[in-house]
Design a protein around this ligand. Structure first.
Ligand code: RET
Length: 242
């Protein structure tokens, strides 16, 4: 890794620490019922800061035939992406949603599968890596299915402000998440169209937006969070009408 790449990794780690401090500070002032949103959001950036620091200091990557595989990013993603999805799902689904645990759990299982098979694809050099890439994409499609087909209809039977907040967040999440496989294809693990430095910069920008900016938007409406994550009359649930 050249010094510019190392600098980008350190700067990103610092920005993630800053986000963590802001989210933690804001959790002190939040109402008890919604503190978990703040804790989850702060934990997400703390984990990212830790892994960026690890990669910057040379422990989150391995050399393989002259190329560097920054596996640290997969350790970050395998923990943070489930937490991001949990934050989103807790807004869409009311507390008394009949299969809240099953829906969130299954969506997270598909997400973990996506990241772990993505790590497999990055560690394999031969063309066989594309098989791993393909199955990882299948996991990603399952996650998108859960967001679009399971969560969105549930959010749409909630109040106007909850619907709007969920819609902003889900659109932001999907728009950012689809960029990751594109960077992967272009980067050193895919076709190698771009070198390590731009790849690291692109992932860093995406990570800051998907964790930091997403967190700021999510926490910007405490009253909506309060309304979203509570019990509703069973009639409001699409599943209950089946
Ligand atoms: C990989 C490569 C294999 C195919 C697919 C991928 C998707 C990764 C995604 C990552 C999201 C990360 C986030 C991080 C933190 O904020 C593993 C790149 C589909 C969607 C949101």
């Amino acid at each position: 890794m050249n010094s510019a790449t190392v600098t980008v990794l350190w700067v990103t780690s610092l920005l993630m620490i800053l986000c963590t401090l802001v989210f933690t500070y804001r959790s002190f002032r939040a109402r008890t019922e919604i503190k978990h949103f703040y804790y989850l959001t702060a934990l997400i950036t703390l984990i990212a800061a830790t892994l960026y620091m690890t990669m910057a200091s040379g422990y989150g990557g391995i050399g393989q035939n002259g190329r560097v595989i920054l596996f640290g990013r997969y350790i970050d993603w395998v923990i943070t992406t489930p937490l991001l999805l949990m934050n989103l799902a807790l807004i869409a689904l009311p507390r008394n949603f009949p299969s809240r645990f099953a829906v969130i759990g299954t969506m997270i299982a598909a997400d973990v599968y996506m990241i772990v098979s993505g790590l497999g694809a990055s560690l394999i050099r031969s063309n066989f890596r594309w098989a791993f890439f393909a199955v990882s994409c299948a996991g990603f499609l399952a996650v998108l299915y859960f967001i679009v087909v399971k969560l969105t209809p549930e959010a749409n039977v909630r109040s106007e402000p909850v619907q709007r907040h969920y819609s902003t967040l889900s659109i932001m999440l999907i728009a950012l998440w689809v960029c990751y496989p594109i960077v992967w294809i272009l980067g050193t693990e895919g076709f190698g169209v771009i070198s390590l430095l731009p790849e690291v910069v692109l992932y860093a920008v995406l990570d800051i937006l998907a964790k930091g900016a997403f967190g700021f938007v999510l926490l910007s409406k405490p009253s909506v969070l309060l309304e979203a994550d509570q019990e509703t009359a069973p009639i409001n649930s699409v599943a209950a009408q089946w």
